[in-house]
Design a protein around this ligand. Structure first.
Ligand code: PMP
Length: 360
């Protein structure tokens, strides 16, 4: 624990002693300490208290900045990487962006492997952030040419390089255990009946969920929210049955086909799971924009639907926290496009009064 406390993830490194006031030192120290937003309209509608942790305010724009700082600092502290080294990851999204920022700010080379089906914007952004990007054929995890395996093999061949392995490296969940969890506990002053969020690697749910459960002595319920096409909802609600992956979702960055090592640390202690449809998530994305002024990605919208449903299960007056993972900026050509929404059969899921926001 001590090691991460020094990283700035939990307590920001202040450099006031050098005459710079209360400034924090660099990108890594600016990660975390995000506001907890009380979602007013939804709370009034439900008679509960619904909160969203504003992870879109991290300097790299998403919740994954915390994991990126966590895995790199862990490798540094274990002596697995030295100054001037190379950080390699297989990722199509926010983790790569977080890692690219961390690498520039700490003097490492960043190499990202991703499926060649990803948008040019994502590739361009990573390259603008100084990362070397290798688009590789989009083949399933079982195939040795899968982008994750290529990342691992590439790192193994280099001197002074690490594969950060976000799915199975528990330094990811640990970053949330020492930052996201304690921040939520302090911001709610310990009055929190439920915590619910979706999972990609499982780092957020495992780390923050474990902290809140421990700190509350088991009083805070911890639930998983899952999109269609993920196997975890069935896994949790059946008590451990792993089914074949079928179906798909418009949400990006979440949904899983297996129990990752990060998730394994907590999955058996969860209180339950909810499956949220794309129709509900997309309607909530627009509702949050209209009523709260929040411009969020689909995983955040799914999390808020789940928080509302959990609060209703826990009863009037209950206090439920979820995570607002990132903004809509990286997805706007899709979720604000009438043509795209129609192609997914989701345009009609948007209430008439919100259709004015579908401007593309
Ligand atoms: N939402 C978005 C937009 C993400 O990119 C991710 C990470 N892939 C998640 C949610 C899930 O976070 P975690 O990996 O901690 O489970």
């Amino acid at each position: 624990m001590l090691s991460l406390l020094r990283t700035g993830l939990r307590t920001r490194q202040r450099i006031g002693s050098r005459g710079l006031g209360t400034a924090v030192q660099g990108f890594t120290a600016a990660v975390g300490n995000t506001p907890l937003i009380y979602l007013q309209t939804l709370s009034e509608q439900t008679g509960c208290k619904i909160f969203g942790k504003a992870e879109f305010q991290n300097p790299g724009g998403s919740i994954k900045d915390r994991a990126a700082v966590g895995v790199v600092r862990d490798a540094e502290e274990k002596g697995r990487i030295r100054p001037g080294g190379t950080v390699v990851e297989g990722t199509a999204g926010n983790t790569g962006i977080g890692l690219a920022h961390v690498c520039r700010s700490r003097g490492y080379k960043c190499v990202i492997f991703m499926p060649d089906t990803q948008s040019q914007e994502k590739i361009d952004l990573l390259r603008m952030l100084g990362a070397e990007v290798h688009p590789v054929p989009a083949v399933p995890f079982e195939n040795p040419r899968n982008y994750n395996h290529q990342a691992r093999e590439y790192a193994a061949k280099l001197d002074n390089a690490i594969w950060t392995d976000q799915f199975d490296n528990t330094a990811n969940a640990y970053a949330h255990y020492v930052s996201t969890g304690p921040e939520i506990w302090e911001q709610t002053q310990g009055e929190i009946d439920g915590f619910i969020c979706s999972t990609g690697t499982g780092g957020t749910l495992a780390g923050a969920g474990k902290y809140l459960k421990e700190k509350s002595g088991g009083k805070t319920q911890v639930w998983l929210a899952d999109p269609p096409g993920s196997v975890l909802y069935t896994y949790v609600s059946s008590g451990g049955k792993l089914v074949e992956r079928t179906g798909s979702s418009i949400t990006e960055g979440i949904g899983q086909g297996r129990v990752t090592d990060n998730l394994a640390t907590t999955i058996n202690d969860l209180n339950g799971a909810l499956m949220i449809s794309d129709e509900k998530s997309i309607a909530m994305l627009y509702q949050l924009l209209d009523t709260e002024g929040l411009y969020l990605g689909a995983s955040s919208a799914l999390n808020v639907v789940a928080a509302v449903e959990l609060a209703q299960k826990l009863g009037k007056g209950s206090r439920v926290v979820t995570v607002l993972c990132d903004g809509a900026y990286r997805y706007q050509s899709r979720v604000f496009s009438k043509k795209w929404l129609q192609s997914k059969g989701l345009y009609e899921a948007i209430p008439e009064s919100y259709k004015k926001y579908v401007v593309l």
